[in-house]
Write a protein that binds this ligand. Sequence first.
Ligand code: DGY
Length: 320
Amino acid sequence: MTVFIDRMIPQIGLDLLNEAGITYEQHIDRRELSTQELIDRCSKHNALITAGWGPINSEFIAACKHLKIISLHSVGYDRVDIKAATKWGIPVGNTPDVLSEATADTAFLLMLAVSRKALYLHKKIIKGEWGFSQPIDDLGFSLQGKTLGIFGLGNIGCELAKKAKAAFNMPIIYHNRSHNKEAERNLGAKRVSFDDLVSQSDVLVAFSSLTPETKNKFNRDVFRKMKPSAIFINPSRGGVHNEPDLIEALQQGIIWGAGLDVTNPEPMQADNPLLNMPNVAVFPHIGSNTVEARNGMASIAAKNVIAAFQGRPLLHIVNP
Ligand code: DGY
């Protein structure tokens, strides 16, 4: 049984494979493989551990006849055709929980960076523009007591809610299909309609996965229903917001600011107008970029492969 790994993952994952007597081939070049290259490299192997960006589509799944598992080195699985994998009897594993705290921290960082114009002011110093300033220049706003609205309150959202409550005593509202009883009990989170979430939030965070229902969910109509003083934060997937609509909303002062860890497309081009706006912070999809989270992810990704090879249930599976 052998594994193809399409990125360099932390050593802990490789050690687990070695200990289980599983050999692997790893793509270490700093470039994304095309679907055809992925097929060519993976078709003789029995598992794929993937931390790449490209689609894992039906063409790939049908071509890799020896595949026993697709093991994602991520919590998100929107890049995988789950229907096709299920049809071909291939389990798809992912790595939830271990990255919740790191991703929530990234959202927290975005909230603060936007509300205090941190990246814009940092850029001003680099440009030699730290000069005379008036007490009314470059003002941000305090997050203390402001309402945090979360679209898609799961593990990551709860981590953020906990931090926001502890640090700034932010009341939490959320919109989910069903109640998150634990968050309601422990954090006093209040479930509201989508429209109320949008119109009542001072900081509106999109934590939903990318699905046909959530694609472009945050668009011109939604931004127009937000408070003009509000911030939109997206640490989930770039496709959840409509980027031209977001640019328009910021340029026209329809919303106050935005913080993005994900963009559409990725990577964002250097000439994107969002990068020059004072009230915007953009990170290059670094939600889970901590040693702790990445070690956890590599470990689960490897354990999912070992479990599949040994005929045991995966630690985390996304097929229905
Ligand atoms: C995830 O785990 O889904 C992160 O966004 C990294 O892709």
